[in-house]
Design a protein around this ligand. Structure first.
Ligand SMILES: Cc1ncc(COP(=O)(O)O)c(C=O)c1O
Length: 436
């Protein structure tokens, strides 16, 4: 016991021993290798490569003087802009009062789990933070299995199998599409049947649509269209607007869930108080849309589609199992076809695989374990974002809209992604760079 008697045994039990996130571990090793002069390909961190659209930056500049605390649920003009956005893009009507703005959607997810006393149900694989948040708060977590041959999507049958055991148990189910880590999304009929099952068991559905605008074909549909009374839509500026560091997320509640929004607002008032004022003013511009934002989104999707489909084709041709992405900026390849060769190199788990890939090729990716996959499964998440997004956007504008952005474009404007794929493929052939 240290002399002042202040000791780590007093840490909250739910937090004690919580491991460092996989992202941080990969970042630390990457930084060390880079300081030793190695070239690192940063496919680990899921950050948008694109700059914030200029009209949104202009709005932030014009509002730098905004200094007052804003209402806890958000700037009324922003609540209206977000409601207008859902009406324009999804034909969904939200009362602006049912929109809550927070410092990132992650923070709002934490508050939701804190105020609602229910189990957390998430498909595996799922984004890295849902489960630790539930753990910190002390909620039970149920992982629901998915299959790669079904694009890792949750089926109504799996949801039904869990719920029928205890039909009235309170639950929050999180659906995320386009998905982190797989890049896959649901088709309309799949959303409709999941909505039917959710309604049958009165589930609270948190629909994490933070990558919705990055569906490559621009045709994102919210499940709230089919289960409006029980769905909360989560989105924000971090991914489609390239503004992760601005920290702005938003939840849209139907009037049936007013009581939940009210409880979240009470806790928000005792924790973050309100989201940064200048950022909220700028976000109004982002959610109101318009030609310049539409053009920015069209080019962003075009670049991501070429990268995602091109990488998918190359990795598949090299023998990896990988589902074709339809949005976001992730791929989730499975290296199991190479299990024997990899075992001979001492690689048994996805953690081993990531460490070896980073040290032997310089390519940083995250292990499937970080997304709730079994340790022995050789899956990794590749975030294909290590390129200069501003340059790539400017170059894409010069290519006629009906033309594909071809391999030549990718080699010129996303060279590190192309080289990272080359290195992984060579490494699988046993030709990888070896540590000195
Ligand atoms: C699936 C998913 N949901 C939510 C978030 C959190 O976004 P933010 O807190 O920046 O709004 C992320 C960020 O990586 C994500 O990938």
């Amino acid at each position: 016991m240290p002399p002042n008697g202040i000791h780590e045994v007093h840490l909250n039990l739910n937090v004690r021993g919580l491991p460092m996130s996989a992202t941080l571990a990969v970042n630390e090793l990457s930084a060390r290798l880079q300081s030793e002069g190695r070239e690192i390909f940063r496919l680990g961190l899921g950050q948008s490569p694109f700059p914030v659209p200029p009209p949104v930056v202009e709005e932030l500049r014009a509002n730098a003087h905004q200094k007052d605390y804003l209402p806890v649920r958000g700037l009324p003009a922003l609540q209206e802009a977000v409601a207008g956005y859902f009406e324009r893009t999804q034909q969904l009507r939200f009362d602006p009062g049912g929109i809550i703005v927070g410092p990132g959607s992650k923070e709002l997810m934490f508050l939701l789990q804190l105020v609602y006393y229910g189990d957390l149900v998430i498909p595996t694989p799922s984004w890295v933070s849902y489960e630790p948040q539930a753990h910190i708060i002390g909620r039970h977590v149920h992982w629901l299995p998915t299959r790669p041959d079904n694009d890792w999507l949750l089926t109504p049958e799996e949801l039904h199998r869990l719920c029928e055991k205890d039909p009235t148990k309170p639950r929050i189910v999180i659906l995320n599409y386009p998905n982190n880590p797989t890049g896959c999304s649901y088709r309309e009929e799949q959303l409709r049947s999941l909505a039917d099952t959710a309604r049958q068991y009165r589930i609270i559905l948190l629909s994490d649509e933070i990558y919705g605008e990055l569906r490559f074909d621009g045709g994102h549909r919210s499940i709230a269209r089919y289960y409006p009374e029980g769905t909360i839509i989560s989105t924000g500026l971090s991914k489609w607007c390239g503004a992760g560091g601005w920290r702005l997320g938003t939840f849209a509640f139907p009037k049936e869930l007013d009581w939940l929004a009210n409880a979240m607002a009470v806790v928000a008032s005792e924790t973050f108080t309100a989201t940064s004022a200048p950022i909220q003013y700028a976000a109004v511009r982002a959610f109101c849309g318009g030609m310049r934002i539409e053009d920015y989104l069209r080019q962003s999707r075009r670049i991501l589609r070429s990268l995602g489909t091109g990488l998918h084709a190359r990795l598949e041709a090299a023998g990896l199992q990988v589902t074709e992405p339809t949005g976001a900026f992730y791929l989730f390849p499975d290296f199991s076809p190479f299990r024997e060769q990899l075992a001979a190199r001492g690689i048994q788990t996805s953690d081993d695989l990531c460490r070896h890939l980073l040290v032997e090729t310089g390519v940083a990716v995250l292990p499937g374990t970080a997304f709730g996959r079994p340790a022995s499964e050789l899956t990794v998440r590749m975030a294909y974002v290590d390129f200069d997004g501003a340059r790539a956007l400017a170059a894409a504008e010069q290519v006629a809209p009906h033309e594909e952005l071809d391999q030549d474009f990718l080699e010129h404007h996303c060279p590190k992604i192309v080289t990272a794929a080359d290195r992984i493929i060579d490494w699988l052939d046993g030709e990888g760079e070896r540590p000195e």
